[in-house]
Design a protein around this ligand. Structure first.
Ligand code: HEM
Length: 406
């Protein structure tokens, strides 16, 4: 029911891959296929307002760039939005845009809150939330799967981790949506900037309240830890809380909504899941590949180098496209087919190497809980109205998906 225009390689010269509308409203798989085959390291030219950047599309080159954070640093920003704006003021302080020894130390501190053991109570709470939200949607019959089901799951988990009070959660949810991916085509950069500032302010206040408070949440963990022998200051705590919300809320939400749509659009796979012919573990990985909520990651070259024989100059912006790598014919058998029992499934959805997604275990548990809930509680699903895409060059998926659940 979503009408997306298919764009072919003949239009490549006119495309700007930094344009959110291009990704939201069009089907680009033919463009990605063409680039992988003929121009795997493509130059997206500069515009009047932004510099040009490299577009890396093959799985092998995408994973090589991800692994080498010495030649390709995240400290100039790790998404097009900040890279094209000239950098990210949180570089060296927020995990995803820090490299080297400081990144390793900060990651070690945060990792202790993201192990399967530490996450056990959060995952148990995710399962209860999924069960409750699906039962409510079944009682009503009709729902917007994005707003009524998916929206409450990842943010609830991150708020549990951060100890955000229940009464603040709806406010935090609306801010994260405006900050990262706009749900309408006219959402402005100014709206996003205001929302980001409000989130930062919110966490600055929470971090101040939590210092020495005896709480056992991630904010208290950060406040009580040392990196390179020094305690983190309030700014660093606030920025890393913010990065958990921005990195782990909408991405996971988009995957869940994409999962529901994929099952509606592929009745054979829905039946395979319900019959147990496809297990939840392989289904989660295929949903992650199929939906690829984070379209790209970005880096800056620290030295003159090359990718697949193409010379790259020091200072160049290099973007690696998970959306293309996850459909690379050299790695995936019949990549255009959804196969919930696909194995192996070496998707790039969570990146690779030193910046591999810190929340991957939690995201997998969340998507697994949704698939199990749908399998066990829902007999049939039908789309009842048009879906709405998110407008972003970084996030991909649906901000609204009306469904009837039986
Ligand atoms: C389906 C859901 C998710 C997707 C698609 C996703 C995707 C990614 C990707 C592609 C990266 C690498 C970025 C880069 O290399 O520049 C990343 C890193 C990260 N993610 Fe996720 N993520 C998801 C869920 C989560 C969750 C649930 C959390 C936490 C609650 C989280 C927190 C992080 C953090 C903190 C990093 C930075 C790691 C580092 O730099 O060492 N993500 N994620």
């Amino acid at each position: 029911m979503t009408t997306r225009r298919t764009i072919g390689p003949e239009e490549l010269d006119m495309l700007n891959l930094a344009d959110p509308r291009l990704h939201a409203e069009n089907e680009l798989s033919a463009v990605w296929r063409h680039l992988r085959e003929h121009e795997p390291v493509h130059w997206n030219p500069a515009t009047e307002t932004a510099p040009g950047f490299w577009v890396v599309t093959r799985h092998t080159d995408v994973t090589s760039v991800y692994r080498d954070n010495t030649t390709f640093t995240s400290e100039g920003g790790n998404v097009l939005e900040t890279l094209l704006a000239g950098g990210d003021s949180a570089a060296g302080r927020m995990l995803a845009i820090t490299d080297g020894g400081r990144h390793r130390e900060l990651r070690r501190v945060l990792m202790s809150a993201f192990t399967p053991g530490a996450l056990q109570p959060v995952v148990a709470s995710v399962r209860r939330t999924v069960d409750r939200l699906l039962r409510e949607a079944l009682d009503t019959g009709n729902c917007d799967f994005a707003a009524d089901v998916a929206a409450g799951i990842p943010l609830g988990a991150i708020c549990d981790l951060l100890g955000v009070p229940e009464s603040d959660r709806a406010h935090v949810l609306s801010l994260t949506s405006s900050a990262l991916g706009s749900h309408d085509a006219d959402g402005t950069a100014a709206d996003a900037w205001i929302a980001k500032s409000e989130i930062l302010l919110y966490f600055a206040n929470l971090a101040r309240d939590r210092r020495d408070s005896g709480h056992a949440d991630v904010i208290a963990l950060l406040a009580g830890s040392k990196v390179n022998g020094l305690p983190l200051d309030d700014d660093e705590i606030m920025l890393n809380c913010y990065s958990l919300i921005l990195g782990g809320d909408e991405t996971a939400r988009l995957s869940m909504v994409g999962a529901a749509l994929a099952l509606v659009e592929h009745p054979d796979q829905w039946r395979a899941l319900k019959r147990g012919d496809a297990g939840v573990d392989t289904a989660v990985e295929e949903i992650l590949r199929w939906t690829t909520p984070a379209l790209h990651s970005g880096r800056t070259a620290t030295t003159d180098t090359e990718i697949a024989g193409r010379p790259i100059r020091s200072g160049d912006i290099v973007t690696v496209w998970n959306a293309s790598a996850n459909h690379d014919e050299q790695v995936f058998d019949d990549p255009g087919r959804l196969r919930l029992d696909r194995t192996p499934n070496k998707h790039c959805t969570f990146a690779y190497g030193p910046h591999f997604c810190l929340g991957a275990y939690l995201a997998r548990a969340e998507i697994g809980a949704v698939l199990e809930g749908l399998r066990d509680l829902v007999e049939d699903m039908e789309q009842t109205g048009p879906s709405k895409p998110v407008y972003s060059n970084f996030l991909s998926g649906l901000g609204s998906l009306p469904l009837a659940l039986k």
